[in-house]
Ligand binder design. Sequence first.
Ligand code: PLP
Length: 355
Amino acid sequence: MTTETLDIKITKNTQSRLAQTDFSQLTFGHTFTDHMLVADYADGEWKNFEILPYGPIALSPAISSLHYGQAFFEGLKAYRHADGNVSVFRPDKNAARFNKSAERLCAPELPVDMFIQSIAALVDVERDWVPAADGYSLYIRPFMFATDPYLGVVPSNTYKFIVLTCPVGPYFTKPLRVKFETKYTRAAEGGFGFAKAAGNYAGSMLPSRKAVEEGFDQMIWTDSKEHQYAEELGAANVMFLIDGKLVTPSTRDTILDGVTRDTVIALAKDWGITVEERRVPITEIVEAARSGKLTDAFGAGTAATIAPIGAINYEGEELTLSDPASREFSNRLLNSLNDIRYGRAADTHSWNYMI
Ligand SMILES: *Cc1c(COP(=O)(O)O)cnc(C)c1O
């Protein structure tokens, strides 16, 4: 990752909103910092990298991303260490995944070093917005969308890359009551479930709403062919501790290759826990829950980190899992992850990118 320094024009906001922001009242994704980063792709290259005051941007109503969904995003976080330093967690992984999304959606690649330098420069400008309290962080939302004002179903020639940042507090993780989703499909083989494409989330809203109407917090998506295998938990990866082994669906084109998932797997391996990445039949989870062998189950993602599953409903049978507060594995995970991210434990995998 060595290239020349990216030329970024910086125009600072003269009136920071930081002092008026109540950090005890943050709702995820509602509070934005003072600045954003914007860049343009045109004539085959990325240019006009600029950090400027956060605010509306003017766009043609004909831009193709609004009509055909050529848009995708990333999500990562910056953390403040006890010594005041700020680090971003594994941005190289997000940069690589951003380009996988770009490739699948026929959008231009954003070189990894441009992605990382853009984020580093914006976080540096917003350094004072990175909260210090445990469980708090600065959420970073990079995204790209097509901007050709043209109603043809073809890849755009021009794009915008934008990065927004939001201070966020601890995600409220009451144990989730979930069901297996066996009617709707999030992603199919040959599709683009592995991409963080905007359209994937639009398609999940109706099934989510129906699940909530039925009294569930989330659904476990299942495979599109047979609805027999677990795939993801809402917009997070799903992980199970069965008989002391960490079991999780293997990544494929229907599954988002999560950074949190990868991190959990690495820590589990460090601790000598057997990890099985494979297809996970619903029947296996149900049997394990019935026999008490399912000792932990959770969603893994950047927003919530670890979201414990409290109960799984299978064809009307309510399988109640152990109290999340008493779960050894997921609590150890959360503590270890936080210790690394906030600089309290050795970062043996070099996951923290210092700003
Ligand atoms: C973002 C996302 C995840 C989690 O990925 P992280 O890199 O851990 O944040 C998992 N599944 C889906 C569908 C997602 O959109």
